[in-house]
Design a protein around this ligand. Structure first.
Ligand code: SAH
Length: 357
């Protein structure tokens, strides 16, 4: 039994089964034994690979998005450039390198990284030290001023609550113990105030209260100080029961979310409609979602891939594979989506028109 497994078991024995959200929060963020607290989980030797770790092109395209969004808003100086959950800092380093082609952007940027993991803060320092970044524990820690914000695979790491309706009664999915093993179960009936509209019997509904609160905060910030935000993640943008999307990854393979508490990554699909609605309620303009592939295409990733392949012919195949992984519908092109928000009525880059995916 891992130390975290023991802690969770003790807590359940003392207080009874805990909601899935509490379990997920402990697994990922326990101050001593949490998954993100203790390690850098990214890359080949880790548990999963994210878009910026696949290719420099991803961060470069998001850098162009940031620069264009900044220029479209009158190139405010100075401004707050923020990233939520920057991992190894790869995305931001690639973005800033691409953005350096436009005079004034990097000089005007006050770089803020919202990160809770000490292990990853160290990595981010290695990647971004030259830009003199600051760290914040949450959105509230960012200074005032126009805000240009990105987040990749951040919202999927926030704890979800799961609800099941049976015979018109709402119950919360919980983690309990049976013969010393962790098992899923259902709580006694909970207040139907949390009942989704038109709930179907037996279906699992997920909500992400922390994600929604952060989206409200982004909306409020953008409305008050101006700017734009882009959140890229995997998930859905349709109003229906998502089912159980809780997923664990260990060593690049799927694992049972209850098997390795604190030793596996746990994520859930992002509900983009819920995030967009929350940001709107905070005062931001919601520009909807675009498929990751369609947006990267619009930003010019194919042109960039061709230039890179020409410069480094020995890497041409690798670049082609990375391009396909990031953009193709059967890879990350459509399951991954980008939500854009702004504090004004100027469309963010790629969001003025329907990109068809
Ligand atoms: N954006 C990076 C890393 C994604 S992994 C990439 O695309 O490669 C998720 C990131 O979010 C990690 O950096 C993790 O430490 C951070 N994180 C998770 N929960 C967080 C929270 N509540 N507040 C701030 N950062 C968090």
């Amino acid at each position: 039994m891992t130390p975290l497994h023991e802690i969770i078991t003790r807590r359940i024995r003392a207080d009874g089964p805990m909601p899935v959200a509490e379990y997920m929060a402990l697994c990922l963020g326990h101050p001593e034994h949490g998954y993100y607290t203790t390690r850098d989980p990214l890359g080949r030797s880790g548990d999963f690979t994210t878009a910026p770790e696949i290719s420099q092109m991803f961060g470069e395209m998001l850098g162009l998005w940031l620069v264009q969004a900044w220029m479209d808003r009158g190139s405010p100086i100075p401004f707050v450039l923020a990233e939520l959950g920057p991992g190894r800092g790869t995305l931001m380093a690639d973005a800033l390198r691409a953005a350096a082609r436009v005079t004034g952007f990097t000089e005007a940027a006050d770089l803020w990284l919202v990160e809770t993991s000490p292990a990853l803060r160290r990595k981010q320092w290695e990647a971004l030290g030259a830009y003199q970044p600051h760290w914040a524990d949450d959105l509230a820690g960012l200074p005032d001023g126009p805000l240009f914000l990105i987040a990749n695979e951040f919202f999927d790491a926030l704890p979800v609550r799961q609800f099941v309706v049976s015979d018109g009664v709402l119950r919360e999915r919980v983690v309990g113990i049976e013969n010393d093993a962790l098992i899923f179960g259902l709580s006694p009936p909970v207040s139907s105030g949390d009942m989704p509209e038109g709930a179907e019997d037996g279906a699992i509904y997920e909500t992400c209260p922390q994600g929604r609160a952060i989206a409200v905060g982004i909306g409020e910030r953008l409305a008050a100080s101006g700017g734009a935000a882009l959140a890229v993640d995997y998930g859905h943008a349709v109003p229906r029961a998502s089912g159980d999307t809780l997923q664990a990854m260990k060593g690049h393979a799927y694992a049972n979310p209850l098997d390795f508490p604190g030793e596996a990554d746990i994520t859930a699909h992002v509900d983009f409609l819920a995030l967009a609605k929350a940001a709107e309620s905070g005062g931001a303009t919601n520009w909807g979602v675009r498929g990751q592939g369609a947006l990267l295409d619009w930003l010019g990733i194919r042109v960039r891939a061709a230039i890179l392949a020409k410069k480094q012919p020995d890497r041409a195949d690798e670049i082609e594979v990375a391009l396909a992984r990031l953009t193709e519908p059967d890879a990350m092109g459509t399951l991954f989506k980008a939500l854009a928000l702004s504090g004004d009525d100027t469309p963010p880059p790629g969001f003025a028109e329907d990109l068809g995916a």
